[in-house]
Write a protein that binds this ligand. Structure first.
Ligand code: ZN
Length: 412
């Protein structure tokens, strides 16, 4: 049998899988295009209703023109909801997103129409651009930046897009932080089967320290031999104990540390470049300086004024092996598998080239993988190799079906 005949031989499982993947890719692109088409059709119908309300509202009804248009739009949305078998808020949401994308992110909208952006990423982009001031400059820069990351999986896209928005925003971060701090609060929502949600909105540095403390205690308990609760259950129990009684089961108060990365010039007060809070992203210069200077539960990292490279991990606090681990946690941010958003500090450190094949324990050969992707690498035909294409992309993946994919760009 010649080579071509073998490549398309349907008796081979790998050939059938290859065709299956192509079929799924084609369907995905078609679905993306169809979603853009749906949103656009709905937006245009609502525009028509606004301009020609008589189709939906009796022209003899004695109401003001504005009201007539508003009722026409409501009637059109209800009509669409019934005919498309979706909710009225979904109809209004699709129209709102289509309008936002068409007017403020035309490049991303064009990619969505071509099927190269998923509806989920399109929705995230529309949400975020609406939170930018209504000016052309920042929106255009945001549009260009988003076009470059449109292929990321939803979690990674949201993470990165949020950080890009911070950089592009025309109002200083410190000013926004001050305004947003007024929106802090605690909410309770009832769930079914005897459960309820307790939600808190806090300044990011407080929320991350609270979570780090609860998480660290849960991990300590999880190591005990007779412990059967999952990590999620242990965190919930620890948080409940702390808030109700102010004490933790076992009485230990874990020492936890969250890293804050501060540009040298910001630390010295010469610049207002934002710092980076580990697991969160940019924080305003003033908060970064305060945390770096006064809070003992933060690991302080300094970056070079020009290159942004890490200069120093707080050596007074961490011994060398811990230093290396900490440095990697902060530079990797998340698991190195494409699309994965699990934080590096909750992941395993893996040798890219295994020790048994001469791989060394040095930064260039170590990478963070969450437990799930760590197993995938060792138990399946997924492989990873080091690459030096740019400082933010240290590894490249090869899938069992021969698909190659570089590590996602760092989120911060
Ligand atoms: Zn992962």
């Amino acid at each position: 049998m010649d080579e071509l005949a073998q490549m398309i031989d349907p008796r081979r499982a790998d050939v059938r899988i290859e065709f299956g993947v192509a079929r799924a890719e084609f369907a995905q692109q078609t679905a993306n295009r169809a979603a853009a088409e749906l949103w656009l059709a709905i937006a245009e119908i609502l525009d028509e209703a606004r301009l020609a309300p008589d189709v939906y509202v009796d022209s003899t009804l004695p109401i003001r023109a504005g009201e007539r248009s508003e009722f026409a739009v409501r009637a059109a949305a209800a009509d669409l909801a019934v005919r498309l078998r979706i909710s009225e808020p979904a109809v209004r949401g699709h129209a709102f997103d289509a309008d936002t994308l068409r007017t403020r992110l035309p490049r991303l909208w064009a990619m969505f129409c071509d099927g190269d952006v998923t509806p989920s990423n399109a929705r995230t982009a529309a949400d975020l651009v609406r939170s930018l001031p209504d000016e052309a400059g920042p929106a255009a820069r945001f549009d260009d930046a988003l076009a470059g990351i449109a292929e990321l999986a939803p979690g990674r896209f949201r993470m990165r897009a949020r950080v890009l928005r911070e950089r592009i925003h025309s109002i200083a971060l410190a000013e926004r932080v001050e305004a947003a701090a007024h929106t802090r609060g605690v909410w309770i929502d009832n769930d079914i089967d005897g459960m309820a949600f307790l939600t808190m909105k806090l300044p990011a540095e407080v929320a991350h320290r609270v979570f780090a403390r609860v998480d660290s205690h849960a991990r300590t308990l999880a190591r005990e031999a007779d412990e059967t609760r999952s990590l999620a259950q242990l965190r919930a129990d620890a948080a409940g104990d702390l808030l109700l009684d102010g004490i933790l089961e076992g009485g230990r108060v874990p020492r936890v540390s969250v890293a804050v990365t501060v540009p040298v010039m910001t630390l010295l007060g010469h610049e207002e470049e934002p710092g980076i809070l580990e697991g969160y992203g940019p924080i305003d210069a003033q908060t970064a300086r305060r945390l770096a200077a006064h809070a003992p539960s933060f690991t302080r990292l300094l970056t070079h004024p020009v290159t942004g490279a890490l200069l120093d991990v707080d050596r007074a606090v961490y011994r060398p092996p811990a230093d290396l681990k900490r440095w990697l946690e902060v530079t990797d941010v998340t698991c190195a598998f494409p699309g994965c958003t699990r934080l590096a500090r909750n992941s395993d450190i893996d040798h890219i080239v295994d020790r048994q094949f001469g791989g060394q324990t040095r930064a260039g050969n170590l990478v963070h993988l969450c437990r799930h992707h760590h197993r995938l690498k060792h138990m399946t035909r997924w492989t990873v190799r080091a690459t030096d294409r740019d400082p933010g992309c240290r590894v490249e993946w090869s899938s069992p079906t021969g698909h190659r994919r570089a590590q996602d760009p760092p989120p911060f």
